[in-house]
Design a protein around this ligand. Sequence first.
Ligand code: 3HC
Ligand code: NAI
Length: 696
Amino acid sequence: MSNPVSTTLEGRVAVIEINNPPVNAASHAVREGLINAVLDADANEDADIIVVYGGGSTFIAGADIKEFGKPPQAPHLPNLIDEMEAISTPTVVALHGTALGGGLEVALGSHYRIALPTAKFGLPEVNLGLLPGAGGTQRLPRVVPIAKAAQMMTTGAMIGAQEALELGLVDEIAEGSDVRAAGIAYANKLLSEGAGVRPTSARAPSPVAEGELDAIRAKVSKAARGLIAPLKIMDAIEAAITLPFAEGVMRERALFMELMADDQRSAMIHAFFSERQVGKVPELKSGTPRDISVMGVVGGGTMGAGIATSALLAGLEVTLAERDTDAADKAFATVVGHLDGALKRGKLNQKKYEAIVGGKFRTTTDYADFADVDLVIEAVFESMDVKKDVFGQLDKICKPGAILASNTSYLDIDEIAAMTNRPEDVIGLHFFSPAHMMRLLEIVVGDKTSDDVVASGFALAKKMRKIAVRSGVCDGFIGNRILNTYAKALNGAVLAGASPYDVDRAMENFGLAMGLFRVADLAGLDIGWANRKRMAATRDPREQYSEFHDKLCELGRFGRKTGRGFYIYGADRSETKDQEVLDMIAAERDAKGIAPREISDQEIIDRYMAAMVNESAKVVGEGIALRPLDVDITLMNGYGFPRWRGGPLHYADTVGIQKILNDIKTFQKEDDFFWQPAPLLEKLAAEGKTFSDLNG
Ligand code: 3HC
Ligand code: NAI
């Protein structure tokens, strides 16, 4: 392989360029090339100063993640940085694009740092279940305040050039857009000033107030929710403060190796690559995206208003239709409320805000206003009849080539498409609530949906900064179908003896932000109620049906919005358990002749995971999801499944497919109808294969 690092001499400046597209990751070849180039330049009597920069669009975006899990090859990044820092020739890094992870660590090991105004900096290792392992945990606290160092490393958040300058993380911001020229000019300036080397490791750590570290650690611990890397990062920061640099680095190394060996690391790296893989679907090879700049939305309730907001934030023009003027005005106000929030959070500037409320966003009660839209998304009530009526009308009004999309949560896209004379232009675009915040979008491909329309859906998702997952047509698509199944398993655990509060506690300890029943209360129990009524006629009589959700709904207890559901919600935002709910469940057990037994938290999780993995395997086996990774991405981004567990099918690989199958067979003894092992699960177990073997 050719050397990705090259050196040229510009006067007395040795200029080292790193070229490893697309993100200049510090692969073995880069590390070897860089250390040789730096040592050669140091030995070169014609070079008085060194500039290192990244070719292409960025500085180094980190260690090469693809090398993780393989035997490490020298030179190792920490040693390279130590050697760079120790040479006698002053070194400058010129930064543009993103200097992330190992890239920022190289910059911290360099003597001087200059950046273009658009450059961004961060130590995002925590998002991979790791800590900065090339001296970053020891050098950053010597440059920026301890609280800032902790925040950057434990959240992985990036900062911009201006903030970096204010913090002293960069020395200067350059004018213009030529990073090479900026580096050389700054190097010459340093030479004229007689600047010498300035190793970061020789600096004292930033001061820390009494009790400050404990306070930061407590905050980090609360936010970590099962993820271990943030706490190890705090250990490393403590070492930076209390130990000499050389010992601190050794401590960092030991902590890094612990994390490297942990399942959380492989889960989070699986999540990272899956997020990039999930958008690679067959239709994108043959399909050409259509131009979508003007959008229609039908229905301005919870979802329609959120979808409209998301589209407006992505720069589209939006017309939203409601049933009458009052509803249209209400929808307008909801969208403006969302936009106000976006303005406050800096997601939108004042000029764009004014352009939106001043005309880019309109409401109407007349579908005729959709005549010129490029795409229309229907978000009316979840009723096949209502949706069919809407699609019949849209087909007549929308221009040829316009895409007709439905945000349905469960309904058959093919049946909806059959109401039109253009089923090839019909697609499901299933957003998640709140649609302007949640990143997941299921793209539901019908039998007749054209490749161009699928490609358009993926292009729109990118514009809206969503993570799009391709799904085939089935009741509930990938996510809600799997949710319904594990919800049934957990309702079963409640009938068997657990309380809803036990279930929530077990799930939250497992790493979910909210357990099943808290989520149900938040979403509104009436949603599931309506869906169960829809399915009642086709429900198999062999299914063990739990009635307690319906009973709550019959009492008008729809969850948070009515102040009462599985929990009682006080005006002071308090949340208490409800004895009446427990009594209702006990009565149902009595009526069904079930003698309640002790159900451990472990059993709750075993049931939850066995049901989820089993249904996921069916979803993959039937081709509803293209690959196991599509399921993992859906559950992690739409259903709160902990990223550090890598999604249900990565989890199954981690604990062993045979263990999941054994659990299913144990539960099957209680309920043979529900616990039918998925054929794909049995096949993988028999062949000794894993889900990851199917990811390609
Ligand atoms: N190593 C290997 N490949 C990487 C990579 C890395 N660090 N970062 C990105 N890539 C790959 C992606 O997988 C993708 O490959 P593909 O085209 O085959 O799918 C390609 O580069 C482009 O990446 P994106 O699609 O993400 O491009 P964007 O322009 O949207 O984003 C980015 C660029 C902001 C750099 C983003 O890729 C990113 O956040 N990368 C990860 C950064 C990171 O986590 N760095 C820390 C690494 S760990 C470390 O440094 C340990 C050290 O402390 C010892
Ligand atoms: P909602 O009840 O909040 O809003 C529906 C809106 O549609 C109402 O404002 C109603 O006035 C309007 N409407 C009904 N018929 C109409 C018509 N013919 N023309 C114009 N407007 C009409 O419902 P929500 O929650 O927004 O759901 C909408 C759709 O999105 C449903 O299909 C639902 O399954 C789906 N969905 C809901 C999610 C949620 O969490 N609420 C999540 C993902 C999808």
